[in-house]
Design a protein around this ligand. Structure first.
Ligand code: BTN
Length: 323
């Protein structure tokens, strides 16, 4: 689209780009350039007209679209088949549908809000405007056991991205939350489709929901959830954060599927606020208490129970005290 080409030229041009120059480079009329500039302004871009000199792009607005994300994504990142929306029922649901329709590895669904955001264990995920919601479709040629540390490694990637753009590193709460000041900033939902005959992984969808500039939460989340804004952390542009998450996620994926996992496991341990916390395990009528001591090679939580035994526990059977 011409407006995207004009935007690219303005970004590359730095200070000022003359209308004549734009017409020549893009092979279009002055009227067409003017129309494209108007369209960019309607999208929220600040394009100044400097008489006799041309156009200059002001500070970038918080526009969430493919052009903005791609402008900040390293060319080497394979997670770049972007589908962006202002609102969707659930990015994980659309990513799964695209997967069934044959979408490739690296397809990413991004939305500015969700009307039916989903969390773990059938819970809903509050997803108003002001957050960033994305799902990444992966097609690793592997078996389900290999996927076990993926949520933990994704948490490290999100911490890396948030830290790079805000200077503040969230903490991880095992198995799939990120916290700031002890409250939930982000949730990760990893879902996979397995081929029944061979047991091989057909596709994986990693869904990430981050609270950025929400200023209120419904009563049931008060005291439990927070946003960067409410925590006094600078709120980055959503497109920049999305690009940075994809860049760091790709490194985490390499660690999970292709390289040795040791570095990311120990990074997860460093980030994990659950270590050292009290844990309660409920199996039927049996309740056992212990303390989270570490994670194993699959990022399962290792709990030292009161009887002295050390066991890896399943996320569905334990409750954690709040860090
Ligand atoms: C949890 O907290 O239990 C996990 C929440 C995961 C939410 C994200 S938002 C993007 C993606 N789409 C969804 O419907 N859920 C995930």
């Amino acid at each position: 689209m011409l407006k995207d080409q004009v935007l690219e030229a303005l970004r590359a041009g730095g200070q000022c780009v003359s209308g004549q120059d734009l017409c020549r480079r893009l092979g279009v009329t002055r009227a067409a350039v003017w129309k494209a500039i108007q369209a960019l302004r309607e999208e929220g871009y600040l394009v100044r007209s400097l008489p006799g000199r041309g156009y200059r792009l002001g500070d970038l607005p918080d526009v969430l679209n493919s052009a903005e994300i791609l402008a900040e994504l390293p060319a080497s990142c394979r997670l770049r088949e972007l589908h962006c929306f202002a609102s969707l029922p659930s990015t994980n649901d659309l990513a799964r549908k695209l997967a069934i329709d044959g979408a490739p590895h690296g397809t990413v669904v991004v939305s500015g809000s969700q009307t039916a955001g989903r969390g773990r264990m059938g819970r809903s995920f509050f997803s108003p405007e002001g957050g960033l919601y994305l799902s990444v479709l992966l097609r690793p040629q592997t078996y389900p056991e290999t996927l076990l540390p993926l949520t933990a490694f994704t948490a490290v990637a999100i911490c890396d991205a948030v830290q790079r753009l805000t200077g503040v590193r969230p903490r991880a709460k095992w198995p799939n939350d990120l916290l700031i000041s002890g409250k939930k900033l982000c949730g990760v939902l990893t879902e996979a489709s397995i081929e029944a005959e061979s047991g091989a992984v057909r596709h994986v969808v990693v869904g990430i929901g981050l609270n950025l500039s929400q200023s209120t939460f419904p009563p049931e989340l008060e005291g439990v959830a927070t946003s960067l804004l409410l925590s006094g952390v600078p709120v980055p542009r959503r497109a920049s954060l999305c690009a940075s998450i994809l860049e760091h996620l790709e490194m985490a994926l390499r660690a999970c599927f292709d390289e040795s996992r040791g570095v990311y496991l120990s990074r997860y341990l460093d980030d994990c606020a659950t270590i050292g916390q009290a844990v309660t395990q409920t199996r039927g009528d049996t309740v056992r208490r212990g303390v989270a001591e570490s994670v194993d090679s699959s990022a399962a939580l290792l709990v030292r129970f009161d009887d002295g035994s050390l066991e890896a526990v399943n996320s569905g059977e334990v409750t954690l005290s709040r860090p």
